[in-house]
Ligand binder design. Sequence first.
Ligand SMILES: C[C@H](O)CC(=O)SCCNC(=O)CCNC(=O)[C@H](O)C(C)(C)COP(=O)(O)OP(=O)(O)OC[C@H]1O[C@@H](n2cnc3c(N)ncnc32)[C@H](O)[C@@H]1OP(=O)(O)O
Length: 720
Amino acid sequence: MSKGRTDMEVGADGVAVIAVVNPPVNALSVDVLYSLMGNYEEAIRRNDVRAIVLIGKGGIFCGGLDINVLGAIQKNILEKVKVDYIDAMTDALEVAVKPLVAAIDGLAFGGGLEFSMACQARISTPMAQLCLPELQLGVIPGFGGTQRLPRLIGLTKALEMIMLSKHIRAEEAHQLGLVDAIVSPEELLRAARHWALDICESRRPWVRALSKTDKIEPPEQAREILKFARDQAQKRAPNLKHPLICIDVIKEGIVSGPRAGLRKEGIAFQELFFSDTCKSLVHVFFSQRATLKIAGVTDLGLMPRNLTKVAIVGGGLMGSGIATSLILNHYPVVLKEENEKFLNAGVDRIKANLQSHVRKGKMTQEKCEKTLSLLTGVLDYERFKDVDLVIEAVMDNVKLKQQIFAELERHCPPHCILATTTSTIDLRLIGQNTNCQDRIVGAHFFNPAHTVPLLEIVRTQHTLPQAVIDLLDVGKKIKKTPIVVRNCTGFAVNRMFFPYTQTALFLLDRGMDLYKIDHACTGFGMPVGPFRLADHVGFGVALGTGMQYLEDFPDRVYKSMLVPLMIEDKWTGKASKRGFYMYEGRRKAIPDPDTMTYVDKLRSMAGSSTDPELVKLEDKDIVEMVLFPVINEACRVLDEGVAVKASDLDIASVFGMGFPPYRGGIMYWADSIDAKRVHAMLSEWEKKYGQFFRPCSYLSERAAAGVPLSAATSQAKARL
Ligand SMILES: C[C@H](O)CC(=O)SCCNC(=O)CCNC(=O)[C@H](O)C(C)(C)COP(=O)(O)OP(=O)(O)OC[C@H]1O[C@@H](n2cnc3c(N)ncnc32)[C@H](O)[C@@H]1OP(=O)(O)O
């Protein structure tokens, strides 16, 4: 946070060019802010300076406030940034006696975009991307963005950008009036200088964003727009306050004028720094980047090879989702199926995935067809001879996978990485009939693979670091957040979340209403409750996984016969339209009264009776009972070295299971509750309900020593 600077050069034309220099994204660190103000004041003072251009060095304008500053303030390492001072800075730019023009190449994010909006004009290159992403960090724009953006582009568009942290490209920004001209990168500086001098010489208007009123909608319409935005924000994230605070701040500017709006923005911005939401989201931001740093893999100086052609074996739900993701990100894909019928079905699924992009306006029909042309369907291995990566995505059957991997070794070039999507089978077993265990790696995607943002990369003791590096690179290019884990049953994500549905089944057996359990979990912020999740995954998969877990972890599998009972009647979850819910149309899930017939049958078969204490549990207690066993398993996953660090599990839970990011991820949340309490509750439940709830040694030791669950093992050992 105390690094970076700005450089100033004054040209013979009288234009001072102030460049932000703080790679990799030119974030506004404390040093950059002070340096910027120093340069600015000097430029205003100097008689040889007539105008100022603000630019970022290295093809990036500015990635916003240095997020380390937020973290440091939260931890009291740094005194609160003087927001008054920053306001004064943006104000100073806006009311400067010499014109300022922002020259934007690459990213103009957060505080960076806000500084540019305080300038009198913005010139960009075609590749520029503009965004106010502050809400994703639990704060609101704090350098005047809540007031200047609506005045530059109107309330409707400004709210869309701010509330959804929506990126816009130069062309759209130009149409909206946020960017005044688009020029090539080579022309950027020259054009910005000219523009600034043109303002000096009154050939172009001197625009002060805060004084603009022409884009703001009339009062009645503005009220409606703000109300709609509020309703949407509440619907999207009922547990979050900062989006509503942001709307209040914008409203203040509309109702009482931009000065009042700026004042309110400053106060709210400072207060939000210290909210748990902001702390959690900052943790998620850095943890997400940290997944790419793996000791013994990414610190060896290896560079990712350029994998240009990918093949997929199996065009089922998973294979077609992965293919969609790859072609959407410009990878040519060969899709192999065993017969014409399955191949057509796979290709149709991919077409349907792309069409849904067209329907939602994310893609034109023309682009859709171009994207689809990257896909080649085949029935044999002929085209595998020049592929760089194969992803096997057939059903989880050891013999079948072993046969496929032996064939892949024969047909693919020797550098080709062979990946499997298995979620349960030991990778060493899959590669047993090959001599290329060092190129075998797990690429565990989550269904639907083209939308779920997590990719679990699984390595064995044989996997070469180069194969992991290459897959990390592909993962990043197809916009997945990858976490690298070690080979074991269920890997990190499925293993960690296995108890989620298990505990729910336990509660159901003891008389709790299943919809109450799901409701409690979604109220906490999970996208779906455990029963809806089971429907989505499908009972066949759930049962298969359950059997595997029973074999590998017999001490902690809760044996419920409910799912097998339903499968007997061909109720298999969402795919069969009957499961714990009934399904109408594509999405609608309706509580199914007939499900209770199975529950009652099971209860009478097992002779189980309602537990009066459990059925009285409130939502908060249900959430703890369902999620504490998840924490317990996450501790085991960490202790066994399946995951490298606790923050990887936070990311896995957020991006793989939809754990609410504003709670920081599963381990972060556990530490916020305190390991002692998690341990105490599990111990109490173990006594009452059996070993399913028994706390593992990692949790017990850390709870006893008062060490956070997320503390790195070496630090923790020193304290244990
Ligand atoms: C007052 C204001 O209103 C408040 C603010 O401005 S709050 C900050 C607003 N800005 C943001 O939220 C931007 C956050 N950053 C991003 O979205 C993305 O990093 C990006 C789009 C800028 C670049 O993405 P990408 O090219 O994929 O690179 P990415 O790996 O994410 O980042 C590269 C490095 O820059 C760092 N970085 C990115 N933005 C940063 C920021 N604003 N502060 C500090 N570090 C940042 C990352 O941590 C990463 O560091 P590492 O290499 O050590 O892991």
